[in-house]
Ligand binder design. Structure first.
Ligand code: TEU
Length: 564
């Protein structure tokens, strides 16, 4: 979906507008509460649009706000065409959308169509009888004589991925919670209903979709029979996405739309197919390779140390793989990941330095950056010490499963302290006021105690040490410099365990990014790049730490971007 630009993103060639855009993810439940019920809502979002406009972001991605029983924080949708009263009304949504557009920004919705809520009318019909016309809209399997499950698949939220429905005596598939039955994308009527719903949202004015686990949708009989989740990359996905493009996006003229597919398990080769504009499938994908490097093979809660060389190899491979065809999304955090400054940086003495270093490294890669709410001020992990503080179904189910398997409470809580999705789901810290200015009521989840000093007001008043201001400058650079938007990427020093260094080149424009990914000073080798051997002091485009002119020493967590 490409066309001329409007708003902040200013493409410098006929490249798609989103190649110079930045997306901001709002997870509404914890963003801002407008009515004092302790849960974030549309009114709260409207009250903070100025913050996003000041930041300079081009697109807002709203995590689900549809009607939902909230079994998985809204990723279990019971009515795609209505707003859950928890967040507001359709009229309030229309007002929000108008204000977002009025500020020159765009808004994309979270499309969750791998599954619905078990309280969706479609599932109520499907489960009502074996011969209901919507029976085949979901994935059902008969019981076997020996009582075994249809496959050995496990739910992402612990336990088997099959639930026995007593009424009709068959199993239904749920790759996530039992309250999230998987849709059957082999069924053309179901696909048509999804396309119609998507068209209604685009007709309403939304500017695209983030598509939840969209690479899980093609559960062909063969992949289901395979016994292993072969469906994760079943080739039929391409057929579904190309059909979706024809039915939903192709007739939209010069609308500036954007689509991003969340794809756990996707590889670079797959992504070149999904994001090749010539194939009319998606604009970009969220891949998971780099955020799965610090976990064990059996469980995401098996935390293992991250080697910077592994991260550089992974991100470098994605930069190289999509350099000619396709496009990268760029993220380090979201509502499913721990806070990036706690996970990859130092959320203590060097929180400002490491938060800004991480931002500069990410935003100066080639791709579309995604800023997760609160990361623009360097918010940190929640630091919960009791299971009672957790709200996330994945964390609570794993806690129960791990204890049942013999793990100690202390070990489980330690793993959750690092990895739980709730780390990124505590309320955004707006001020030092009660509940961090998030709500006038009782917040649905604990507020991070560091909100007294770590909050938007304090950060934006901190001048040279404002994380927000640093993000603002990075986002502006992507609007201003073609080399940031489209420059070729080249990794340097791939085997160095503390330095993250790379260049971006476009014509005679060249940037050298130097990041000390450690808590100790780092002495640069002048042999790293000709820019470091020049007599003249190179122009410093971005820096997060004061340094002497031409200094070859990087302070702990210092990032320095030189214009060659
Ligand atoms: O996440 C899907 C996903 O692949 C997992 O990373 C998930 O986040 C979880 O951590 C399993 O380990 C998407 C949404 O982003 C997530 O919030 C939802 O819970 C999930 O799909 C189901 O809709």
């Amino acid at each position: 979906m490409t066309s001329t630009n409007e708003g902040g993103a200013v493409p410098h060639t006929d490249a798609p507008w989103w190649t110079s855009a930045t997306v901001y993810q709002i997870w509404p439940r914890s963003f801002a509460d407008g009515d004092g019920d302790g849960v974030g809502d549309l009114a709260g979002i409207r009250s903070k649009l100025g913050h996003l406009h000041d930041l300079g972001v081009d697109v807002i991605w709203l995590s689900p706000i549809y009607r939902s029983p909230q079994a998985d924080a809204g990723y279990d949708i019971s009515d795609y065409d209505d707003i859950d009263p928890l967040f507001g009304t359709l009229d309030e949504f229309d007002e929000l959308l108008a204000e977002v557009h009025g500020l020159g920004m765009k808004l994309v919705m979270d499309l969750v169509v791998n599954h619905t809520s078990d309280e969706h009318a479609w599932f109520a019909e499907s489960r009502s009888s074996l011969d209901n016309p919507k029976r085949d809209w979901y994935v059902w399997r008969p019981q076997s004589d020996d009582g075994s499950l249809p496959t050995e698949w496990r739910s992402a939220f612990s336990g088997p991925a099959w639930q026995l429905d007593e009424a009709t005596g068959e199993w239904y598939l749920h790759m996530f919670a039992t309250k999230q039955p998987d849709l059957n994308w082999q069924n053309a009527d179901m696909r048509a209903a999804v396309h119609a719903m998507m068209n209604r949202w685009l007709d309403r004015g939304v500017d695209g979709f983030r598509m939840d686990v969209i690479n899980f949708i093609a559960k062909t009989p063969e992949s289901l029979a395979a016994g292993s989740p072969a469906f994760v990359m079943d080739p039929a996905i391409h057929d579904h996405l190309q059909e979706m493009h024809r039915e939903v996006f192709a007739h939209r003229g010069d609308r500036q739309l954007i689509t991003v597919g969340e794809m756990p398990g996707v590889t670079v080769d797959d992504a070149t197919l999904f994001t090749d504009q010539a194939r009319s499938e998606l604009d970009m994908v969220f891949q998971f390779e780099h955020v799965d490097l610090d976990r064990g093979p059996d469980s995401k809660f098996d935390n293992v140390p991250l080697a910077l060389t592994d991260l550089k190899r992974s991100l470098g491979r994605w930069q190289e793989g999509l350099a000619e065809r396709g496009w990268n999304s760029l993220y380090l955090g979201n509502h499913d990941q721990p806070r990036s400054v706690s996970r990859f940086g130092d959320d203590g003495a060097h929180r400002y330095e490491s938060a800004t270093m991480l931002a500069a490294v990410l935003h100066l890669h080639r791709g579309t950056p995604y800023v997760y709410q609160g990361d623009e001020i360097g918010m940190t992990n929640a630091g919960f010490t009791s299971i009672d503080q957790y709200r996330d179904i994945e964390s609570l189910n794993w806690h129960e499963e791990a204890l049942a398997a013999g793990a100690s409470e202390a070990d489980v809580l330690e793993a959750l302290r690092f990895r739980s999705r709730d780390n990124a789901r505590t309320p955004v810290q707006w001020s030092a006021d009660a509940s961090a200015g998030f709500t006038t009521g009782t917040p649905w989840i604990g507020v991070n105690p560091n909100s007294a000093e770590l909050n938007v007001e304090a950060d934006r008043a901190s001048g040279e040490r404002s994380v927000f201001e640093f993000y603002r400058r990075l986002i502006a650079l992507r609007h201003e410099l073609p080399v940031v938007q489209l420059g070729d990427f080249a990794m340097l020093a791939p085997d160095d365990e503390r330095l993250y260094a790379f260049t971006r080149t476009l014509g005679d424009e060249r940037l050298l990014v130097l990041a000390n990914w450690s808590g100790e000073p780092y002495d640069l080798d002048p042999g790293l790049d000709p820019v470091l051997r020049r007599r003249s002091v190179p122009e410093v485009l971005v820096s997060n730490v004061p340094h002497g002119p031409g200094s070859l020493t990087l302070a702990p967590w210092e990032v320095r971007v030189l214009r060659a």
